[in-house]
Write a protein that binds this ligand. Structure first.
Ligand code: SF4
Length: 385
């Protein structure tokens, strides 16, 4: 069961209060990357449990781990990534000399004091002295998540304070994001009183979100909103682009190019989602004016490849002719070995070419190319005309 106002979508319903109720009208299907994240979390939970909560024999650990490894989503990097996560947890614990911190993993926390019916699951809670750490493992590799003022972690922390403040004198809260696939580790510290003040400050907004009232507000947070394909506010904003007022002079200025590109990126994302939505509607038998669903290009396939090869070999074809030997790609070998073994065994054989200049958002973490190197790279040897 999900909370209407989940901690993980708080960054959205805090900005756009009707979004949580609008999202309820859409399927809750899990993407492949979300399923991959769930598996990585289960492995991480097992490792932290063994280290910090429930000592278990190697046999028990291996048997539980092997069950998880059987998943078709398992890749060797999950072992390394969760090992790094475990090291991070260990470091926090070891930083408290002479005491054994309290640790809880995959802990359901209730923050309904601030957000109606609000609850969620914190990956790892560590309490020692008057400190409480909330550590969140993020397994995505596309969107970097920041610890600073992160509302999801703040809500987990408020729930954990409700749960544990009777037993521990918690004064300081440390919120951590550990995102191994983006080399992103972040920490944000806040006092309990500041955190509780923040909790009080969002109560009214949360109540509006629970009731599904208020204005739809578009922004970055729309990207993963389940309603985003047919959200009217997002449509209006995207269609503003079509109304872009082209004044004189006849050529766009660089500032205009920047502004249009920003809108065009969102427009492309929205158009893709709108098309997926329209296809699912037509397949349900609902009509979308001006569009229809048709069968895609069909592909041919053998019903049973072994029978086919037998027939060919029986008819005199040399078996060697039926196979081609292809080397695995660098990425496939890295997936096979896992990052650590790949680097220790093969790093001396790897060269890395400079990437082609790419245009990205100004908030991207990579440093901007200097004028000369961008031009050299882009023009290569063609600049001597
Ligand atoms: S797409 Fe954006 S504006 Fe529309 S409901 Fe979702 S969060 Fe709100």
């Amino acid at each position: 069961m999900h909370a209407v106002l989940s901690a993980s979508s708080a960054h959205r319903w805090l900005e756009c209060t009707p979004s949580a109720r609008l999202e309820e009208q859409f399927d809750d299907s899990k993407s492949p990357s979300a399923a991959e994240g769930t598996l990585a979390h289960s492995i991480a939970e097992l490792k932290v449990t063994k280290y910090a909560i429930e000592p278990m024999s190697t046999r028990t650990f291996n048997s539980r781990y092997n069950k998880l490894k059987k998943s078709e989503l398992y890749i060797a990097d999950m072992d390394t990534d969760t090992e790094e996560y475990l090291d991070y947890i260990k470091e926090i614990m070891i930083s408290y000399k002479y005491i054994k911190p309290f640790v809880a993993v995959e802990k359901k926390v209730d923050f309904s004091k601030y957000v109606q019916d609000g609850f969620g699951t914190a990956d790892c809670i560590i309490i020692a002295n008057d400190d409480m750490h909330i550590v969140d493992l993020k397994y995505g590799k596309k969107n970097m998540v920041m610890a600073r003022e992160n509302p999801q972690l703040k809500l987990y922390a408020l729930g954990a304070i409700e749960e544990y403040s009777l037993f521990y004198n918690i004064q300081n809260v440390h919120l951590h994001i550990f995102q191994p696939r983006m080399n992103n580790i972040g920490q944000f510290d806040i006092s309990v009183s500041d955190l509780q003040n923040w909790g009080e400050s969002i109560k009214e907004i949360a109540q509006m979100a629970y009731m599904g009232i208020g204005n739809q507000v578009t922004g970055e947070h729309c990207r993963f909103c389940k309603a985003s394909a047919i959200c009217r506010a997002r449509a209006n904003e995207n269609l503003e682009l079509a109304k872009y007022e082209f004044k004189t002079p006849p050529l766009l200025t660089n500032d205009e190019v920047g502004a249009i590109l920003k809108q065009a990126e969102d427009l492309a994302d929205w158009a893709k989602k709108l098309k997926e939505y329209a296809l699912s509607e037509t397949l349900k038998g609902n009509s979308i004016q001006g569009w229809k669903a048709v069968a895609g290009r069909s592909t041919r396939a053998f019903t049973n490849i072994e029978d086919v090869f037998k027939r060919l070999i029986d008819s005199g074809i040399d078996e060697n002719m039926l196979y081609e030997k292809k080397p695995l790609t660098l990425t496939a070998i890295e997936t096979l070995l896992g990052k650590k073994e790949f680097e220790s065994k093969l790093s001396e054989f790897i060269t890395k070419s400079e990437g082609k200049p790419a245009l990205v958002d100004e908030n991207d973490k990579r440093p901007a190319l200097k004028k000369e190197s961008a031009i050299d790279e882009f023009l290569g040897g063609n600049n001597n005309e």
